[in-house]
Design a binder for this molecule. Structure first.
Ligand code: PLP
Length: 414
C-alpha cells in the first residue's frame, strides 16, 4: 500500500492509536534498498542503525526476498505438531556454519534468551545436580537481553523494570567487564554466566581484553555454562561470525537472532552441543511459529548471503578503517570512539548536550543514526555497505561533529 499522507499526518495517526512505548526520530520510512531508505516525502537516507543489526544483509536483499515470497506461496506455517520439508536444511546449515551440534529455533531475540535460561537451568538440575529451585545465573550491569518480565527483572536499567515487578528470582547482577567479581560470585549453584561479548544497547561497550576468556575458564573450572548473547554482536557485526571468536573461546550456548533472517521476518535460535540441548524433551519447550518453513528458508537465505557476499570480512575491513578515521577527527564534542567491526559508538562529552540533537542534524544531512543512552551515537550500517558509501557517511559525521557547528546558530553547520 502506498499513501498520499505526509509524515506529519502519519505521525499524528500513529500517536492517536498506538501505545507510546517508543520515542523514534520523526522520519517516516516507506522504502529500503541495500543501505538506503526513503521517507514518504521521497528524501533518501543512509541507514546507520540497520534495525539494531537485524538488517546486516541490507534492506530488501533480492535473494532473501525471493526465498520469502516463494515459500510464502508454497507454505508458511505448519506448527510443530507436524514436520515441514524446510526445517532440516536450516538446521544443517546453521550447525555447519557455527560448529555447534544442535539448534533450537524461536522467533524473537527475547524468546531465544528465555530458551537459553531454561536450557541452563534444566542442565543445572539434571546434569550438574544443583538442588531443586536453587539454580543461579550470573548476569552483568548495563545488559540488554530483551523485554520479557524475567529478562527485565535482571536489568540494571531502572526504566526497563520500574512498575513491572515482581520478577523472577535466580539472577545475580555483577559489574560488566569485572572478571574478579564473577570469580567471587561463583558457587556450586551457578548454572551459567549469561553475557554479551560486547554490549550494544549498553552503548557499544567493549569489555577489557581477556574478560570472556576468564569467564570461559572459571565456568569450566566450576562446572557452569557460558552463554553468550550474540543477537546483536553475532553474524558478522564485529568482523567475526561471532564476537566471542575475538577471544578465541567457544561458549556452551550461543543465542542468535536479528540478522539471522536479514530483517525480513523474525527468526532467533540457540545453538549448543548435545549435552546441553539434550535436556529438552518433547513438550518441555516450544513456540507456534518457531521453526516454521517460512522462517527456515528466510534464515537459510540470510546466512547464505552473509557467507557468499563475504559480509563478515567487509565488516572487519571497513570497520577498522572507519574507527581509525573517526579517531583522527578533531572534535570538541567527542569523548571516546569505540567499537569492533562496523559497530561503532561515538561517546560525546556531557557538555555536548546529548547525542539526540546530533542524530537530528545527521538526519538533515541524510544519515540515520540513533542515540544510545544519552551520550552515544551508534554507527552500525548494513554490512553490505561499500567503501564509497561509508566514506560519504563518515563525511556527514565529520561535518556534524567536527568544529563547533553544533554550538552555532544553524544546527546543520551550513
Ligand atoms: C535486540 C536484542 C535482544 C532482544 O531481541 P528482540 O528480538 O528484540 O526480542 C536480546 N539481546 C540482545 C543483545 C539484543 O541486542
Amino acid at each position: 500500500m502506498t499513501t498520499n499522507m505526509t509524515s506529519q499526518d502519519l505521525i499524528a495517526l500513529e500517536d492517536e492509536f498506538g501505545a507510546h512505548n517508543y520515542h523514534p526520530l520523526d522520519v517516516v520510512l516507506s522504502r529500503g534498498e541495500g543501505v538506503w531508505v526513503w521517507d514518504v516525502e521521497g528524501n533518501k537516507y543512509l541507514d546507520c542503525l540497520a534495525a539494531y543489526s537485524a538488517v546486516n544483509q541490507g534492506h530488501g536483499h533480492p535473494r532473501i526476498v525471493k526465498a520469502l515470497v516463494e515459500q510464502a506461496c508454497r507454505m508458511a506455517l505448519t506448527s510443530r505438531a507436524f514436520r515441514n520439508d524446510q526445517l532440516a536444511f536450516f538446521y544443517r546449515d546453521i550447525c555447519q556454519l557455527s560448529g555447534f551440534a544442535k539448534v533450537l529455533p524461536m522467533n524473537t531475540g527475547a524468546e531465544a534468551v528465555e530458551t537459553a535460561i531454561k536450557a541452563a537451568r534444566k542442565w543445572a538440575y539434571t546434569v550438574k545436580g544443583v538442588p531443586a529451585g536453587q539454580a543461579e545465573i550470573l548476569v552483568f550491569s548495563e545488559n540488554f537481553h530483551g523485554r520479557t518480565t524475567t529478562i527485565v527483572g535482571f536489568s540494571s536499567e531502572d526504566q526497563y523494570k520500574n512498575g513491572f515487578g515482581p520478577f523472577t528470582p535466580g539472577f545475580t547482577l555483577l559489574p560488566y567487564g569485572d572478571a574478579d567479581a564473577a570469580e567471587k560470585a561463583m558457587n556450586p549453584n551457578v548454572a551459567a554466566i549469561l553475557v554479551e561479548p560486547i554490549q550494544g544497547e549498553g552503548g557499544i561497550i567493549v569489555p577489557p581484553a581477556g574478560f570472556l576468556k576468564r569467564l570461559r575458564k572459571m565456568t569450566q573450572e566450576h562446572g557452569a555454562l557460558l552463554v553468550t548473547d550474540e543477537i546483536q554482536s553475532g553474524l558478522g557485526r564485529t568482523g567475526k561470525l561471532f564476537a566471542y571468536e575475538h577471544e578465541g573461546i567457544r561458549p556452551d550456548i550461543v543465542i542468535i537472532g536479528k540478522a539471522l533472517s536479514g530483517g525480513l521476518y523474525p527468526v532467533s535460535a540457540i545453538l549448543a552441543d548435545d549435552e546441553v540441548m539434550g535436556v529438552f524433551k518433547p513438550g518441555d519447550h516450544g513456540s507456534t511459529y518457531g521453526g516454521n518453513p517460512l522462517g527456515a528458508v528466510v534464515a537459510r537465505a540470510a546466512l547464505a548471503v552473509l557467507v557468499e557476499e563475504k559480509l563478515v570480512e567487509n565488516s572487519a575491513q571497513l570497520g577498522t578503517y572507519a574507527i581509525e578515521r573517526l579517531r583522527k577527527l578533531k572534535s570538541p564534542h567527542i569523548k571516546e570512539i569505540r567499537g569492533v567491526g562496523l559497530w561503532i559508538g561515538i561517546e560525546l562529552h556531557a557538555s555536548a548536550g546529548g547525542a539526540r540533537k546530533f542524530c537530528e542534524a545527521l538526519q538533515d544531512r541524510g544519515l540515520l543514526c540513533k542515540e544510545t543512552h544519552e551520550h552515544v551515537i551508534r554507527v552500525a550500517p548494513p554490512l553490505t555497505i561499500s567503501r564509497q558509501e561509508l566514506d560519504w557517511a563518515l563525511e556527514q559525521l565529520e561535518a556534524v561533529l567536527g568544529g563547533d557547528s553544533m554550538g552555532a546558530q544553524d544546527p546543520t553547520g551550513n
